[in-house]
Structures are given as structure tokens and as C-alpha cells.
Write a protein that binds this ligand. Sequence first.
Ligand SMILES: O=c1ccn([C@@H]2O[C@H](COP(=O)(O)OP(=O)(O)O[C@H]3O[C@H](CO)[C@@H](O)[C@H](O)[C@H]3O)[C@@H](O)[C@H]2O)c(=O)[nH]1
Length: 497
Amino acid sequence: KNLNLENTMDQDHRPLHIFFFPYLAHGHMTPTINMAKLFASKGVKSTIITTPLNAPYISKSLPNSPKTPIHILTIPFPHEHFPSLQGCESLNALPSPHLVPTFLKSIAMLQEPLEQVFRQSHPLPHGIIADMFFPWATDSAAKFGIPRIVFDGSCIFSACLVEPILLHKPYKNVSNDSEPFGIPNFPGDVTMVRSQLPDFFKNDDHFMADFIITVKESESRSYGMVFNSFYELEKEYVDHYRNVLGRKSWHIGPILLSDAKEDRGKEISLDEHECLKWLDTKKPNSVVYVCFGSIADFPDSQLKEIAMGLEASGKEFIWVVKKSKKDEIFTEESWLPQGFEKRMESEGKGMIIRGWAPQMLILEHEAIGVFVSHCGWNSTLEAISVGVPMVTWPVAAEQFFNEKLVTEVHRIGVPVGAKKWALKVGDSVKWEAIEKAMKKAMEGEEAKEMRMRVKALSQKAKEAMEKGGSSYSDLNSLIDELAAGFNFTKEKRIPHS
Ligand SMILES: O=c1ccn([C@@H]2O[C@H](COP(=O)(O)OP(=O)(O)O[C@H]3O[C@H](CO)[C@@H](O)[C@H](O)[C@H]3O)[C@@H](O)[C@H]2O)c(=O)[nH]1
């Protein structure tokens, strides 16, 4: 029942207080910060728990005068046990992908400091929204009688796909990596091929194989799941998740739409906004924006193919390029066709951003015609929220699942033809395919229809966040429930456990 508690007080008239515990990676931290801001805008006292090196980024992203203050509480990172991670407390700051297993181990050691925070909290918070990749947070919260809610950084569509694939292993029924297989106990007739699945789904010896099982198991024991998504985008899958899989869930997004425009891109320097001025000189829907999120790192040979594809398409573009080694000098010779950058700049054709771009500000510029993306969920939702069609180029994580939602369910994107899941990206896509996909997404009748579909979804996303919309209502019921749940927590019992 919806209690509609006034002023987000609990039944003892205490203001509601929620801990937010984001994973130490960009793609997880940003939506969690925005979630804390959203809760604070409703009058909920919000505390973000993080490690010292991540605190400045969070604090820069917070609004200057929120309705209710947002606190940052730091816990120590276990550097003494992991000397190879000196100076690095985020997945994005790892000097090499080889350190990922070490990083995962170090994260597990945050459990004790988190529990220490609970021990020192008087009174205890009403709940903790902790990232899915902290599976042990469920047990930690339970020790203190606090409901643990899992933040799944992706969509419900992907969550519905992961469950039956892990459980029924349908990829074992096909004879090779490229033979399609259907998904049992999944609404809709999506097919996958084996090469698109994460290695740790298929290989029990993979360093993440046990971890993903623990994550799923902890989800089923948690109080519920929060998704940065909206009902109208994934109706069938939300219903399946709740009614067939029996999971308690709230979809409260696109959270970014609740973020004030002046707060977006605050964390980057003003010079980088040069690209926005450049976009002001371009025609509506004419520019290709290419960016593969905060982690994916393409080899030089693949970057060269992208450059060739962009040039051959004749389209204007903004292309964001990252390198895993921060200090590496970006010389043209190794990864661009000769003279490419000068040629593009002098013709006003294109702009390369090295490092970090103000993505949301770029995407919502009317000049952007298509987004070439790896289908990280934040990027996908950002494109949908502002109504920009995509060229999909999934790389790793759950990105091949998200691609299906974009290209097959909603038909708002053109696949570039990436076939293989890989933590270390190869050079699998040739320039001809890149050029073709970009043209298909921007030219002709089909492109027009795709644009209309994504614009319609963008409108629905806005409505979901407005008063009375599906995400607005779900957030209110979550807040009501947490406020009402305090009586349960006093008895050291998690509701619905
Ligand atoms: O130059 C850049 C690059 C990225 N971003 C932002 O960074 C975020 C990137 O997030 P996402 O698109 O989700 O990609 P990843 O960083 O790769 O995210 C990881 O986390 C996501 C959430 O769980 C998963 O969906 C992805 O598969 C996983 O790789 C987005 O908000 C972008 O707007 C920028 O602002 N500027």
C-alpha cells in the first residue's frame, strides 16, 4: 500500500536517511550520485559512501544548494594489501586491464569498513542502496537490520536475460560460436550467439565466474532492486521480472533527466566545452558523435578503421578517444591515417576529443544526428532520453544484451556488426561496415522512421519522470516503503526476507 508519508519522515517522525554506496567506476558512480541528488530533492537525507580518491569527483558533481544536504562519507581503500593499486581507487584509473582481478579482490575488503560505518551510525540509516557489484553488502546490512537495495546499473531487459542464461546455459545447445540460440523463460524471441556472451558466463574457471553467481544470489536475498530505467521502455520485461521472476523492483529513471542542466558536465574543464561551440555552427541532425564510454579501449588498428569509416562517410563528427595509459602521447602516426586530423579540422569536418567529453551536453545538442556507442547502459539511456538514434557497437559487460533492446525491440539503432565479447577489444570491425552503418542511421526513409521512434521514446522518458509519471510514482513508493519499514528494522528483521 502507498503510505504517502508527508515530508519523508518515518513513523517515529525521523527524517528518512539513506546511504548510497556506488561502485568505484564511472559508469556506476555517476548514476548513483544522480540518484542521491534525486532522493535529496525529495527531502531525503542522503549520504554517499566512497573512498578518499573518489570523494573529490563526487563532491564536484553535487549541486551547490540542494533541498536537503548530501553528505560524503569516506572509508579507507585497502592500499596496504594491494601495493600494485597505489594511487588508484577506481576501475577507470587502473594502469592496466591485467589489474582487474586484483581490483575486484581489493573491493571485497571494503566490507569491514562499511560495517564500521554502520557501527558508528547513531541512529542507523533507513536503508542502503548499494551497487550490484558489492554482493556482500546484503549480509552487512542484514547484520544491522537495514534493508539493502541493489542498484543494478543496467536495464531490466538485460537482468531478465542474464538469469536464464546463467541458469539454463542455452549456449550449450549450439554447435558453434555463431549459431543463434533462443532464451528459455524470457519474454520475446530474442536470439543470441555464443561469442556475444561474457566469457565468465561460459567458462567456470574465469576469475569472474563465481563472482557473478554471488552477485545474482545476493540480489535474490536483498530487499529489492533499483533500476535507472522507465516502465514504458521495458514494460514486458519489468512485468516479467516482477511477476515471473518474483523480484521486487523500482525503476526510477532516466535519473539524469532530474539533473539540472547547469549541473551537467560540471566535473570537466571549460576548455572541453569548445566542442559545444563547434556544434553551434552545424546543421540539426548532421553530426556523428562517437564515444565508447569510460572503460573500452580500442587498439590502434581499430581506431584507424574508425577514422577511415568517418572520412569515407563524409559526415561531420565528434570522436572521443581514450587511452588506458594516461600519459601516453597521442601522436597521429600510430593510430590515424596520415594527415587525418589536420585535414578534418581544416575542412571543419570533425573534432577529436582526447580523454573525457561532456557527453550529455553534446548528445542533447540539436546538431547531433547519431551516436556511435558501445551500448553501456548510461550511454544508451542518455541517447534515448534526448532522442538520438544509435549505431551500436557493443564490446563487453552486458552491452550485447543492451544492443538487442536498441536494435531489435525498439528499432532505434543500426548494428555495426560487432560479434565478439572481449575485455580487450580487437580490430574486428572494418571501415566499410562503419561507414555503411552510419549512413543507414542518418540517411533515407528508414533513418527518418528510426529518429521518429527514438523521439517518441524520449518524450515518454520525460513523462515518466514528471509528476504522476511511472518513475516518479515508483520513487515515491520506494521512499514510502523505506520510511514505513523502519519499524521492521528496529526489530532487526528485513521486510520480505
Ligand atoms: O568522454 C566521456 C565518456 C563517458 N561519459 C559518461 O560516462 C558514462 C559512461 O557510462 P556507460 O555508457 O554505461 O559506459 P561504461 O563506462 O562502459 O559503463 C559500465 O557500466 C555500465 C553501467 O553498469 C554498463 O552498462 C557498461 O556495460 C559498463 O561498461 C556515461 O554517463 C557518459 O555520459 C562522459 O561523460 N564523457
